[in-house]
Design a protein around this ligand. Sequence first.
Ligand SMILES: Cc1cc2nc3c(=O)[nH]c(=O)nc-3n(C[C@H](O)[C@H](O)[C@H](O)COP(=O)(O)O)c2cc1C
Length: 207
Amino acid sequence: MVETKLAIDPAAHAPADAYKLLIGAIVPRPIGFISTISPEGVYNLAPFSFFNAVCSEPPVVLFASGARRPEKDTLANVRATGEFVVNIVTEAIAEQMNLTSGDYPPEVDEFAIARLTPAASELVKPPCVLESPVNMECKVIQIVDVSTRPAGGSVVFGEVVRFHVDASMVQNFRIDPEKLRAIGRMGGTGYTRTRERFEMARPRLSS
Ligand SMILES: Cc1cc2nc3c(=O)[nH]c(=O)nc-3n(C[C@H](O)[C@H](O)[C@H](O)COP(=O)(O)O)c2cc1C
């Protein structure tokens, strides 16, 4: 390889260093703001930036929870109930999203902590975040425990069974990014807005 690049063997370094490389390089990351409900009926809300879409038939999303003992409440709840809601994080609710990421015990309802409003979902028990303009009601289709080591993690795949989209932000299924104002996660404690964009058409190859 070229001299200007550092070759780093993750096996020779602490997992925390690999983590820093991952979150610094994979940017910006979308944020899945995940609502769940415990078997006892306690609402839970937490952000996950290891989050993305998988496919659209059926529409499937994924998020990854870092391994922890005991497991993060979100992961424990989706294992127990098989349901979650993804809420999209906008500039308007950025600080409230951050408030929910504290290490609260399972009996704490982060909707109350962040003063966000739970709105009844149609097909799943966990509520939508009313203040988020896009919500996706999901049923778990698979959970892959990739690694149970301290810095390991599990990936949750969920089928979107209902979308809710603010009517003022969508036309013919296309969401206006200027109106949505989603935020993304950078490395460390960094975030990005989605206000500066550019367009590129894909190459069309004639056969
Ligand atoms: C913007 C943001 C993104 C995060 N992304 C992740 C993630 O992808 N995976 C993860 O395990 N934790 C992530 N966290 C930390 C969790 O939100 C945090 O551990 C939270 O307390 C988990 O809540 P729970 O125990 O209620 O599930 C993130 C935190 C923030 C602020």
